[in-house]
Unconditional design. Structure first.
Ligand SMILES: C[S@@+](CC[C@H](N)C(=O)[O-])C[C@H]1O[C@@H](n2cnc3c(N)ncnc32)[C@H](O)[C@@H]1O
Length: 236
């Protein structure tokens, strides 16, 4: 996936998210509050774990013990959810486009040796299976059981980049495994100048077509037309 516009969008996202992370990472991660104590911030990650994972265990674990599962989080920010995942799943891999967010996420998971946070290029997962060949072996041998993303794709202005992530997850997810993620479902003004804040939106047919193109079954969806439009993509 080349293209000048994509390259420009990636540069803009990296620069803007680094700036936001240095200014006040936790505020930009969850804008409801300006100042977050450690306790409040990580409690909000725990609430996300309860709402999106613990309430949905049959789809996510499919009978597996969570402690036996390898999971991926795309766009981990300052480690709010990553830390909650670290205490619940066996192995956690997380990526983020911003070096400063990655630094803060690594700090958040100090004491959790089962958790690995990578700085990535904003469009694929080669940070996991590419540069770390020696560690993980070839890409096809690196497999995850579940992938997750929240409040990330709603900020990505390009459907091509979002779809590329879906294809990338397909490469490393085990057959039958779930990629549960949230996109913008509300028809936003995509001409908004700050393109690293207002992301592309998806209608239900667009989401379903993307699932088909990328080798997934879109089995469930929730919140079409809303900012928090949740998609359950099961790998065929
Ligand atoms: C609003 S924060 C949410 C962080 C985290 N998901 C949470 O809920 O706590 C959005 C995060 O997505 C990251 N991000 C934005 N665009 C990205 C991209 N193209 N690839 C990877 N991460 C991205 C940002 O750096 C930021 O850390």
């Amino acid at each position: 996936m080349a293209g000048l516009e994509i390259t420009r969008q990636l540069l803009r996202m990296r620069r803007d998210w680094d700036r936001r992370a240095k200014e006040n990472a936790r505020h930009y991660v969850v804008t409801g509050q300006h100042e977050w104590s450690d306790e409040e911030f990580f409690k909000s990650g725990q609430i996300t774990l309860e709402e999106e994972i613990l309430n949905d265990l049959p789809n996510i674990c499919q009978g597996k013990d969570p402690k036996e599962m390898k999971v991926l989080e795309i766009g981990c920010g300052a480690g709010r959810v990553t830390r909650a995942f670290a205490g619940f799943f066996g192995e956690v891999y997380a990526v983020d486009i911003s070096r400063e967010m990655v630094r803060q996420a690594r700090e958040a998971v100090v004491g959790f040796p089962n958790t690995h946070v990578f700085h990535n290029n904003g469009k694929d997962l080669s940070a996991l299976y590419g540069g770390w060949r020696g560690r993980f072996g070839i890409a096809t041998r690196f497999q995850i059981d579940f992938a997750f993303s929240i409040i990330v794709f709603q900020h990505i202005p390009s459907r091509k980049i979002i779809e590329n992530y879906v294809r990338e997850v397909h490469k490393i997810l085990r057959p039958g495994g779930l990629f549960k993620f949230q996109v913008q479902g509300c028809a936003v003004d995509e001409t908004e100048p700050d393109h690293s804040w207002v992301g592309a939106f998806f209608t239900e047919p667009q989401a379903r077509e993307m699932a088909e193109r990328c080798g997934f079954e879109m089995r469930y969806q929730y919140g079409a037309g809303d900012q928090y439009y949740w998609l359950w993509f099961f790998k065929k």
